[in-house]
Design a protein around this ligand. Sequence first.
Ligand code: ADP
Ligand code: MG
Length: 342
Amino acid sequence: MPIQLLPISLANQIAAGEVIERPASVVKELVENCLDAGASQISVDIEQGGRRRIRVRDNGGGIVKEELGLALSRHATSKIASLSDLEAIQSLGFRGEALASISSVSRLTLTSKTATQEQAWQAWVEGRDMQAELAPASHPEGTTVDAQDLFFNTPARRKFLRTDKTEFAHIDEVLRRIALARFGVRFSLTHNDKIVRQYNAVQEPEHAIKRVAQVCGSSFTDTALGLDEQTGPVRLWGWIAPAHACRHQADVQYFYVNGRMMRDRLLGHAVRQAYGDTLNDERTPSFVLYLELPAEDVDVNVHPAKHEVRFHQARQIHDFVLHCARQALSSARATAATEAEQ
Ligand code: ADP
Ligand code: MG
């Protein structure tokens, strides 16, 4: 075959292969976009485990009519413009790929209205070159992305979808993670028109624990130890369960770096090490922890799905997390020992 440029739709489908694994990946990307747009209310409506429909609506800043087509194109983003922006990323998104990818593997419409516009507009793309079409629409200020019939044109991917129940469980988990990342935002989740979750906005920081209880269960919050430590510009805060309250399942393991949920080996290792041999092989740590550090000290452009980060000072970060977690756990043991003596 001669060398030729791929049709845009096919190039986008290939890109989708990296980040859009299942309905839950779509939900993650769309809800992150709402957060980047400054939304305070986000609703996620799912039909048939997401294979029939994923609709995400927000009350954020919206997209102007002239940029709707661009929003659906690959490598188009409003979040970074230069390498220096990439090196100190503040937003959740920056790759400019999600909407283009999702619209290449579903029937997607993007509807939006900004504060300065009288009229809302709807956009969708069609054909091999994914040309954007536009039509006037009715929509309050904010944005709705409606993605229907996911993987209708990529049967290989569709084949790997599990039951609606399993796919929905993954979506539910994505929303839990995000709910723990943004206490001030109200989230709702429906499945086949039934309300499944409602996370009300937390106005006072001291009420954050209520949302943690809603997401992780009161069995976690009843015993969890609070911690909050800072050294220079680096802060670690959150909750960690004492060894005796830890369970077999690794179901309460949430680690956030600058508001982004991570599955990071280094951080996981530091927390596990803090327990030392107080935790036997049958139990695994439970924690909800938030690490905050200057954006330029961490590289999030490591993995397309952004699950991993690279710390510029990995050793120091590891030791700081270890130190804080160890201190929280040992002060709890000391209290328990004094109470036992009395
Ligand atoms: P990225 O988030 O990496 O920039 P996306 O493909 O997810 O790429 O989105 C492309 C662009 O579309 C974003 O940079 C943003 O300007 C705009 N956009 C997407 N979703 C929303 C939304 N819910 N509200 C406002 N703007 C949005
Ligand atoms: Mg995005």
